[in-house]
Design a protein around this ligand. Structure first.
Ligand SMILES: CC(C)(COP(=O)(O)OP(=O)(O)OC[C@H]1O[C@@H](n2cnc3c(N)ncnc32)[C@H](O)[C@@H]1OP(=O)(O)O)[C@@H](O)C(=O)NCCC(=O)NCCS
Length: 245
């Protein structure tokens, strides 16, 4: 599994690689970007989708603009079936000041990035979206540790939901456990029809910046624990990469 990250500048600044990034996008995504009212959101959307295409071009066999990305079951973005002989899977995530994309080769992937200093009603989200065992883990810690625990559990839940494509509606069906060396998940219904992916589930957490929590999820046929290869680009490096490709 590979993860590419691109930290973005302050909200009011448009990164100078924006035009080159925009050029990689198909018309449909240019239209989506142009409909976003805030320039920070347009920048973020455009850079996230350009990063995803640059990653597909790097690990796949097509130039970045030529990938056809469609919505699969439940709206999960996927490579068009006619372009998947290499069995690539991707998942992108964007949050304030950071975008990222995960890519699996013969593996199904999910990625979630969250800014941890934003205002959030943790108790309300936990009551609605967390399983009982997760609420217990949250209740066991206080202060800053509770916020850290909350975002760890939340990003794991989202990364896993993004791997399966199930969205945020069945979040309480899957409980995550942070007590061991690596996070683990437990599905309430082992025969969940939404979850027909390779059998071995792996999860991980990392802090891409001091202000962000990240989680990845992987469904693979290989039981050996894998470590994602994480590459963090600077905007200047990414601009040079776009120019060179
Ligand atoms: C995809 C989803 C599950 C997560 O969204 P999110 O955390 O807001 O955003 P992320 O940046 O991590 O992911 C968005 C990307 O996931 C991908 N995505 C969209 N639907 C998806 C699905 N069903 N499965 C997997 N990935 C999906 C898309 O590429 C999307 O980016 P795009 O809209 O620019 O194409 C979304 O459907 C959703 O419902 N979000 C609500 C978030 C929320 O309630 N947060 C509350 C509290 S902390």
């Amino acid at each position: 599994m590979h993860i590419w990250l691109l930290p973005l500048p302050a909200e009011r600044e448009t990164p100078h690689c924006f035009p080159a990034a925009y050029q990689l996008l198909p018309t449909v995504d240019c239209i989506r970007a142009s409909r976003l009212p805030r320039s920070a959101d347009r920048n973020r959307f455009t850079l996230a989708h350009a990063l995803c295409r640059a990653m597909l071009a790097h690990f796949g066999n097509r130039p970045a603009p030529d990938w056809i990305l469609t919505a699969g079951p439940k709206g999960r973005p996927q490579i068009a079936p006619e372009q998947t002989p290499q069995n690539l899977d991707f998942n992108l995530s964007h949050t304030q000041n950071l975008v990222g994309c995960a890519l699996g080769i013969g593996e199904r992937v999910g990625l979630d990035l969250e800014r941890t200093d934003r205002a959030i009603n943790m108790a309300k989200v936990a009551a609605r979206k967390f399983a009982e065992s997760e609420r217990d883990q949250l209740a066991a810690v206080e202060g800053t540790a509770r916020r850290t625990q909350f975002f760890a559990l939340w990003t794991l839940k989202e990364a896993h939901a993004k791997l399966t494509g199930s969205g945020l509606t069945k979040m309480r069906e899957t409980a995550f456990d942070l007590s061991g060396d690596h996070p683990k998940c437990r599905l309430r219904h082992q025969s969940n029809p939404d979850d027909q992916h390779p059998p071995h589930r792996q999860l991980g957490l990392f802090r891409p910046t001091p202000d962000h929590q990240a989680a990845w999820a992987l469904a693979t046929a290989n039981p050996t624990r894998s470590t994602p290869q994480i590459r963090t680009w600077t905007l200047a490096e990414f601009a040079r990469h776009l120019q060179a490709t």
